[in-house]
Design a protein around this ligand. Structure first.
Ligand code: ADP
Length: 378
């Protein structure tokens, strides 16, 4: 009988697991939040991932459960584990991807390099941190932030009054995370695959370019990172994966500082936007690798298969019409570009697809990827 993987969440990450699942003859089932989501072309059930009985019912039909996002509540995860469902990544590592304060505290215990940080529950504590760190800092809500939402640069405690007020009303309590404003030259991402039996593979470290808090493009491998920098990134990635017991794909977002240090920004325990280039530029794509890892199969080679890969996100899409109306023009002008779309309708800022280009000349590869992606915008 075919191996069966259940993915909680029906977004584009689940969607992009479908092709490698089909190639391997793995049966992929999806628990989507609503009808018509990106991953609905797989065998998709619709249900609320916050409801334990819904997720347990879904899990009965699969051999292992994994995720398209990190939002499944801990009590639901605990119910799955109690019922004997293999869950990868498990509840323990996942809590560190769900809560940035827990992550900072645990990474500190593991001795990982990271920005200076503190948990603050009121304006006095925030002001004290600001005074001790040059008058500016980055304030973050520990939970529920994404794409830069829930992240704010502050230079005065008064700028955070609304967040402290919301905190006071939140029954869960806790604090906000404040971090030193890191003087970084660029952002990098290190992806690691780890299986339940402990096999680990590190992908080449990549450079990620963010615009307005959203990943815009990725260059693989990160330019000028060969040698020491990429070794240190891989060591950090493996240290985090093993230290937290992550199973499946892990992405460690890093800052490269002006004084050549690497600091951990945040973690994602699933395939990640920084790894979309692997679909066309690596021996094993992150989506195939995630399936292999959660099924505890031997992992694939994570080496790049091209000298350079550039991934450019299609953010928003055209104001009028659909993405496929642009296919003919993009395909004719850029026959080397690989187009990936998520079956989502265009909306400002929304990630609706991406373009991968691989080759030997980075300038040319980047040009082709950017030019092809731009044909899907107005
Ligand atoms: P999200 O969870 O929304 O992705 P992040 O914690 O990754 O939030 O922060 C979003 C962006 O804000 C980062 O990509 C980076 O550009 C900037 N940022 C975050 N933390 C810091 C920091 N301590 N110093 C400087 N910039 C930061």
């Amino acid at each position: 009988m075919a191996l069966r993987v259940g993915v909680v969440g029906g977004g584009q990450l689940a969607r992009m697991m479908i092709a490698p699942a089909v190639e391997l003859g793995i049966e992929l089932r999806v628990l989507a939040e609503e009808e018509g989501m990106a991953a609905s072309l797989a065998a998709a059930a619709v249900g609320d991932y916050r409801d334990a009985s819904t997720v347990l019912e879904f899990a009965r039909e699969v051999d292992v459960l994994t995720f398209d996002h990190e939002h499944v509540p801990q009590d639901v995860l605990a119910a799955l584990v109690a019922a004997g469902v293999p869950v990868h990544p498990g509840p323990d590592p996942l809590q560190f991807a769900q809560d940035k304060l827990l992550m900072r505290a645990r990474l500190q215990e593991l001795g990982m390099p990271q920005p200076e940080w503190a948990a603050v529950t009121d304006s006095e504590q925030l002001q004290a941190f600001l005074d001790a760190h040059g008058g500016r800092a980055v304030l973050k809500t520990p939970r529920g932030g994404y794409d830069g939402k829930g992240v704010r640069v502050v230079s005065n405690a008064a700028e955070a009054e609304d967040w402290f007020a919301a905190l006071a009303e939140d029954a869960r309590g806790g604090g906000l995370l404040v971090e030193e404003l890191v003087d970084f030259t660029r952002e990098l991402a290190q992806q690691i695959a780890r299986s339940p039996s402990g096999e680990v593979r590190a992908y080449p470290v990549v450079e990620t370019v963010q615009r307005d808090g959203v990943c815009a493009e990725v260059i693989a491998p990160a330019p000028h990172a060969a040698g020491r920098l990429s070794d240190v990134a891989a060591q950090i990635g493996v240290g985090v994966a093993e230290g937290l017991g992550v199973t499946g794909m892990l992405a460690v977002e890093l800052f490269e500082t002006t004084d050549q240090r690497l600091l951990v920004n945040e973690l994602a325990m699933r395939p990640h936007n920084s790894g979309h280039w692997t679909q066309d530029g690596a021996l094993t794509s992150q989506f195939e690798q995630h399936l292999r890892a959660v099924l505890d199969l031997p992992l694939g080679d994570a080496a790049a298969s091209a000298t350079w890969s550039v991934m450019v996100n299609i953010l928003g899409g055209p104001a009028e019409g659909t993405l496929d109306e642009r296919f003919a023009a993009a395909m004719a002008a850029h026959p080397a570009a690989k187009l990936h779309t998520y079956g989502k309708s265009p909306r400002p800022g929304r990630k609706v697809g991406h373009v991968n280009v691989i080759g030997d000349d980075l300038d040319e590869v980047a040009y082709q990827a950017r030019a092809a992606a731009s044909l899907f915008l107005d």
